[in-house]
Every structure is written in C-alpha cells, then in structure tokens.
Design a protein around this ligand. Sequence first.
Ligand code: ADP
Length: 606
Amino acid sequence: MVIFVAKKNGKKKKKNNKKKNLYFVITAIVLIIIAAALTIYVVATNKKGDNTEIAYTELIREIGDGNVEKVEMTTGSTTVKVKLKDETDERKCIVPNTQAFVELIQSKVEDGNNIELNQKKPNVFITIFSNLFTLLPTILLVVLFVMLFKLQGLGDKSKVYDTETTKSKITFGDVAGLDEEKQEMIEIVDFLKNPDKFYEMGAKIPRGVLLCGKPGTGKTLIAKAIAGEANVPFISMSGSEFIEMFAGLGASRVRKLFEKAKKIAPCIVFIDEIDAVGSRRTSGSGAESENNQTLNQLLVEMDGFDTEETIIVLAATNRPEMLDKALLRPGRFDRQINIALPDLNGREAILKIHAKDKKFAENIDLKNIAEDTAGFSGAELANILNEAAIIATINKHNAITNKDIEDATKKVTIGIEKHSRVVSEKDKKLTAYHEAGHAIVSSQLETQKDIKEVSIIPRGVAGGYTMYKSNEDKYYISKTEMEEKLVSLLGGRAAEKIALNDISTGASNDIEVATQIAKDMIVKYGMSDDLGPIYIDTEKDPYELQLFGEKFGDAVGAEVKIMIDNAYVKAQKLILNNMDKLNKVAEALIEKEIISAEEFQDLIRE
Ligand code: ADP
C-alpha cells in the first residue's frame, strides 16, 4: 500500500441530538413494554368474563331474588360485572341503558316498587378506575406518538426553539492562520457593532456571507468568532435539519428561525451545510418540491429584513457550485469567503493554538509536524494533537513526545498498528517485496523519491505501507508527477511478479488508486494528447460520458489502459534494473519490519 495523504473526513457529531435520541428510544421502549403488558392483562381479564355472561333480564331477576352480592359498573361502559352469591367467578352483563339500570336497581331496592324485592339490596360499585385502566394502553400509545411527532419537530413549537443560541466566547485569537480572510471578518464585526456609521454613509449592510471550504477548515469556528468579537448572540442550525419528511415543515422552520433572530437582533445566524436546502430548485415533486419550498422561504426571509435589523446570515458549504443562483444575488449571499486548507504556516499556527493546553516534552517541533501534514484540515490537526495526548497518557509518558505525535499522525492517516495480527512467513515475505517494490521504484523517480518510512507492520486495513514525505505545499501537480505516481503505485505489483513469480490481492488498492488517477488525468485535467483538454464530470453525472458518444467513451477507456500499461512496464523495468537493492530492502524489512528514511537511503546507496 502506498500512502500519500490519506485522510479521514471527520464528520461533526451531533452529540446533543444523539443523547436526546437515546433518551427517546429508552422512554419509547419502556412505554411500549408497559402498554403491551397492560394490553395482555386487560385482554386476559376480559376473556375470563366472556365465558360467563348473564342476560340482562336474568340479572334483573337475580337481583329481585336477592341472589346478587355485588354489581360493578364502569362509567362510560355498558358492560357491568356481576357477582352472584352462590358463584365464585364474576359474570358479565351488557346493560342496554346504564342510567336506567342504576335507577332501577336502587329504586327497587329502596322502594320495592316494580319488582318484588324481599332480599337485601346488592352492593353497587360505580367506578371509573377500571375504565381508565383499560384505556391505559391507548393513552400510552398516544403519548408515544406525541413524543414521536415532537421529535420530528411537529410539536406545538418547531425545533427552531432547539437551535443553539449562544453568546460565543470564541474570538479571532482562537482562529489560526486565515489572515486575509480575517480582514473580511473584521469588517463584518464592524457592521454588527456600529451599524449606524454605515447607514449614515448610505451603505447597505451585507445580509449574507457564504463561507466556502472543505469540512474541518474552521467555517463554524469563524462564524462563532465573528459573533464573539461583535459580542452578539449566535443562532445556528444545519441545513439538513430543514429538510423534513412532512411537507411545509422546512419552510416553517426557516420562518421561525428568522422570527427568533429578529427578536434578538443584532445577531449572527449560522446555517451549516446550506447546500442541503439551497441546492438548485427543480421542477420535481415530493421531497424536491419540499426542498424548493424551504429554499423559497429562505429567499423571502433574506429579502424581508428591515434595514434597522442587524442580522448577518453566515452560511457554510463545501459545494458553492451546487447552490441555487437566486441565493447568490445581491442582498442575499452576495459575499463569499473561501477558506482553503491551511498551508505550512497555517498548519503550524493551528498546531500552536491546539498545543496551548497540552503538556509537551521540550524538544517538540511543531514546524516538523506541520511539514508532514500537507493537505490536513484544521480539524484533523487538532485531532492529531488530541490523539497524541491520549497515546502519551496510555504509555504513561510525563509529557507528549515526538514519537507520540508521529504515532498519532499514522493512527489518523492509516489506522492503528495491529501487532496482534498473526502474519505467516509467506505473507510477510510477500508484503516485504511488495513494499520494497514501491520504495525501490519510487527512489528511481525524481518526483517520488522522498520516502519517509517503509513498514510491513499491519496498520488499519493495510498489510504494510510506504510513506512519503509531503513537506511541500503544492497548488498544482504536473503531468510528469502524476505519471510517475502511477509507476510507483504499480511498483508493488511489479516486485511481487518479478521476485516471487506470483501476484497477490495486496495490490488491489494501488491499482484502484492508479486507475482513478489515470481517469482523472484524461477526463478531469485534459492531459491526454489524443483526446485533448476536455472535462467530463462523471462524479456529478455518471452518464455524462455517454453524451460524447460511444466512440469517445471507448477512446477514454483505451487511453486509461495505455497509461496504466505504460506505467506497469516502466515499474517492471525499474525493478529488473535494481534487483539487488530490492532484495536488500525486502530482507531488511523481513528482519526489522520497519525502516526509516535514513536506513532506506543507506541500504540503496552502494
Ligand atoms: P467546519 O465548520 O469548516 O467543518 P469547524 O469550524 O467545525 O470546521 O472546525 C472544527 C475544529 O477544527 C474547530 O473547532 C477547531 O478546533 C479546529 N480548527 C479548524 N480550523 C481552525 C483554525 N483555522 N484555527 C484553529 N482551529 C481550527
């Protein structure tokens, strides 16, 4: 396996929601159990009475004869329970008119008018308890449904009242790097603090600002920092929460969100993942038209602020191109702040901020970590330092060491070491040759030769890995570099074939990555000589290639194959020319399992 910059996309977890859901599930289970138990009980007790019914006329006669010991009635029910003196079980009787029945038996008992009554009157119990009791399962189920609707936001108040409204304590000091972006943020803070200054000049305050950037680049952090600096409340909600299965609800939530904002203005409204609600409107029905309604409501609200209301709506997205154009018109989200992944200095600054509250050994070099983490987001960097602190604690170190940070970086990028996995000698040899193949081939290629570490210790799903130094922040990747990357990716397979005369499944991920790169080179970056500069977005629409006709599709396929084949031939050549080095590195790997950059250079020097 070849590691360039493998990353996990850490999605933000909505802890609060999870907790709420857990409580809900527990309560629901308890209610269902109670309801089920009561239903069984009620059915069972009713069954008992079913067997011994007594006719109404017979009951009247029995009362008249003085054979009835007790009559038990339930308000609202025409069924009464009767206990005859000489029977042990109760009987059931359907009474045509309960009120008349009560009057009848009481008057008869007291006056002895219509029926000859010479015995003692029966005890008559009129109870509402048992009625409630039989209704309990139904009541519980109703409660359950109400809870369910509430959870879905169908309750009396919409979920907007659950929106997070906070006084943010975060300031620009908590946001590292992003110096140019901060300038724009300072302006927004100024609008919020001194709106009059701008109005007097006749300026219109911006309504909406779109924060565009990959997950974890600090968009939420920035929104909170703006609120914190301006000392105004911060209301936040995620776009995906607007999307509801009940028609019209999304729109009503948007309305309520803004109602609330107007009440507490000046304030910041933050809508995370706005693409969930703000993607292009369609003429569709069902879920799509629901989405359209929500988006329309958002547009109405954005247009409907009074000038006196200082509300600034910040919205975050990773896919601004997906947004409905109407959202981007003047007066709506007409400002955009693009937040890129941090560069070398940015990464160092972010690491510094997150290192503040941690205990480090003295020789820690944050710059070094920043150099090794090109392509990492702020959230991932924060995560690495946290993992390092955990590793240091587990290893009972007094402070976090360089090694802890290195381990944390590998844990975040490749997965944890699996020392306990039993590896056969045969597999070990295969992995050693595979990884040595990547390393040897790479060492012969100008753009790939910066090897950091080669290992055959299983980590995550990988049996081994070859890690490259990535201390250069690149904005562009050249065609040569991409071609050489293909060669080094196929170096593992080539080494297996030549050294062991067999091939294995171990190269599967390399082949997948290589094929994707080759495809991107042709249809994304227009790097094919034959097909020319062309862009086909197969990610957005897998069928887009078909628009160009069958012949074109075939040509793309053929070109991908040529690129991969060429790279494989090159890799095999490089292996054949460097067999002694390959054997040396593979043997060293079998012996030590892991070799550093220096050890690798020593091995291939002679
Ligand atoms: P996004 O909203 O872009 O997905 P977040 O703002 O939620 O990203 O960032 C997640 C976390 O990553 C932040 O809480 C912070 O700890 C860290 N982080 C991201 N960017 C920065 C930065 N520029 N400076 C300091 N910390 C950052």
